[in-house]
Design a protein around this ligand. Structure first.
Ligand code: C2E
Ligand code: CA
Ligand code: CA
Ligand code: CA
Length: 275
């Protein structure tokens, strides 16, 4: 039994080694992915319910590994954050998103996700300025999506960067709202233009009255603070009806469109069609 136990232990040890090694190799491939041109961008429309038109387009990063194929963002973004690689990768996303947005009508904004790690990097303000300047995109057409975790380590420089970007005309959406630490005090320290209700609430809201109450509370609070509410992950007519009835004016999700490649979003903007 003792020998068996030791064998089992060795088995786990070997499995852990293999996992650690797989991580290391993914990490070194991530380091090379920019040069190998393995990243691409997908674009998902956000619809304004008052006009039924595209108001914003969210940029979503994709990594197609030369050997493994597509690696999901939920897997490689955390790795990119741990290694700091999200800083150059994020700059690449920002530049390409700004350039792509110039192909859309001027009333449509482009949304870009920013990692908290990018805020800890002193270059962020310069990077955003350079992306706007080099592309020629007006700052008013750029919307940055950040999560409340940015505020976990919010020192004065983070807030100063946020305010500096805002004074240029860039707008801010608080992403994944409701999932995090839910201390609402940062809504006072920084004036968001929008909040995005996390898709988990949108999905649960049709079946569970607790989630519906949360959706209703978020929309009510955001509206009374003068913020626009975006519901993400809207997949069904029922979910759409529900968030709309609660006063949510912008929606995003598979019900309207999955994330599309650059030419797909241009076509969608020209003639929006349900998914
Ligand atoms: P997120 O910012 O919350 O993005 C929304 C996610 O929901 C996207 O997943 C999108 O494809 C997915 N989604 C949209 N509509 C629906 C729907 O109706 N149903 C369902 N089930 N899902 C829907 P994706 O593209 O896999 O991205 C996952 C996360 O990776 C993003 O969550 C974001 O946190 C991160 N991410 C993606 N691109 C970037 C990027 O360029 N920079 C950074 N820092 N993070 C990124
Ligand atoms: Ca987002
Ligand atoms: Ca989100
Ligand atoms: Ca997310």
């Amino acid at each position: 039994a003792k020998a068996e136990g030791r064998g089992t232990w060795r088995f786990y040890e070997a499995a852990m080694d293999a996992r650690a090694q797989a991580r290391r190799s993914l990490q070194s491939d991530l380091r090379l992915a920019l040069d190998r041109r393995e990243f691409s961008l997908m674009f998902q429309p956000i619809i304004d319910l008052a006009t039924s038109r595209v108001a914003v387009v969210e940029t979503l990063l994709r990594w197609t590994h030369h050997g493994r194929g597509p690696v999901p963002p939920d897997k490689f973004i955390p790795l990119a954050e741990e290694t700091g690689l999200i800083v150059p990768i994020g700059e690449w996303v920002l530049r390409h998103a700004c350039e792509e947005a110039l192909h859309w009508p001027a009333g449509i904004r482009v949304a870009v996700n920013l990692s908290p790690v990018q805020f800890r990097d002193a270059s962020l303000l310069r990077v955003v300025d350079a992306a706007l300047r080099d592309s020629g995109l007006p700052p008013e057409r750029l919307e940055l999506e950040i999560t409340e975790s940015v505020f976990l380590e919010a020192d004065d420089t983070v807030l100063a960067t946020l305010h500096a970007l805002r004074s240029r005309g860039v707008s801010f959406a608080l992403d994944d709202f409701g999932t995090g630490y839910s201390s609402l005090s940062y809504l006072r320290s920084f004036p968001f233009d929008k909040v995005k209700i996390d898709k988990s609430f949108v999905h649960a809201s049709t079946g569970d009255s607790g989630s519906l109450a949360i959706v209703r509370a978020i929309i009510g609070m955001a509206n009374s603070l003068g913020m626009t509410v975006i519901a993400e992950g809207v997949e069904t007519q029922e979910q759409l009806g529900l968030v709309h009835a609660q006063g949510c004016m912008q929606v995003q999700g598979y019900f309207f469109s999955r994330p599309l490649p650059a030419n797909g979003i241009r076509d969608y903007i020209d003639s929006p069609s349900p998914a």
